[in-house]
Design a binder for this molecule. Structure first.
Ligand code: FE2
Length: 163
């Protein structure tokens, strides 16, 4: 019994920690973009941010959101409906940015709006969804392994491995 409680606490820390690490990485990239002083740097940062955010959204949509909806629909359904709409707006911007280059009309504006969506996503999860996972005592043990596996298989992880 006590092992289960310890396991559940460790899983919450591990799963939420991985997702918060993604959020920190995105925030760092948006900061780097503001400091970039040439187009090659800007382009590399935007492409990296688009990939990082896409992979993060896929992990949350495939693993976390359905799991929370199932575990406690009353607490999470409304919050996750909003998250779904926001992710879809971010995806539209990412799709546009992936095919653009610095200097194109609306390039900086689109990345700035993507930052705003991302900040909202982060504050809603870290200020709403994640604290509720903890306060409702949601057991995330079943999620730790698939999320870790998804992160290992991500394009960025493979790129790090190969280069
Ligand atoms: Fe997130």
């Amino acid at each position: 019994m006590s092992m289960n409680i310890i396991g559940a606490a460790a899983a919450q820390k591990s799963v939420l920690g991985m997702l918060i690490d993604d959020h920190c990485e995105a925030e760092a990239l948006f900061k780097e973009f503001k400091l970039a002083n040439n187009n090659a740097q800007k382009h590399a940062i935007v492409q990296q941010a688009c990939l990082a955010l896409t992979e993060h959204a896929e992990i949350e949509e495939k693993h976390l959101y359905p799991y929370l909806r199932d575990a406690d629909p009353e607490t999470f359904s409304h919050l996750l409906d909003e998250a779904k709409v926001e992710v879809s707006s971010a995806r539209d911007l990412i799709a546009l940015l992936k095919n653009m280059k610095p200097g194109d009309a609306l390039y900086d504006a689109r990345f700035t709006v993507l930052e705003k969506f991302t900040n909202q996503h982060i504050s809603e999860e870290e200020g709403g969804v994640f604290p509720k996972v903890i306060s409702q005592g949601i057991d995330l043990q079943e999620l730790a392994r698939p999320i870790l596996e998804a992160k290992k298989l991500s394009i960025r992880a493979q790129a790090r491995y190969h280069f």
